[in-house]
Design a protein around this ligand. Structure first.
Ligand SMILES: [Zn+2]
Length: 87
């Protein structure tokens, strides 16, 4: 989906976020990260030790003013039913 910058109406570009959390100097800045989001009440899974994610975070950057926008994309296990009918 193409979105416009709310400020200058330029077309946003998809960008990857670069990992700056690694404490290992060799790894810092070398990896991109796929951010995810979770429900506010979500706790770490007893079983997996991870917080169950509701979806991924998509980052888009305005090439004009540099504004960055983050969108949550639900990670539903179902396939998009519209995708098949469009084909
Ligand atoms: Zn802009």
């Amino acid at each position: 989906m193409t979105r416009e910058c709310p400020d200058c109406k330029a077309q946003l570009r998809d960008v990857k976020l670069i990992d700056a959390t690694a404490h290992d100097l060799l790894l810092e800045g070398c990896q991109h990260v796929d951010l995810a989001y979770a429900a506010p009440e979500a706790n770490r899974s007893f079983f997996f030790g991870k917080i169950p994610a509701l979806g991924r975070v998509r980052a888009q950057l305005c090439p004009e003013c540099g504004r960055m926008l983050l969108y949550g994309e639900s990670s539903s296990p179902k396939q998009d039913p519209e995708a098949e009918s469009r084909g």
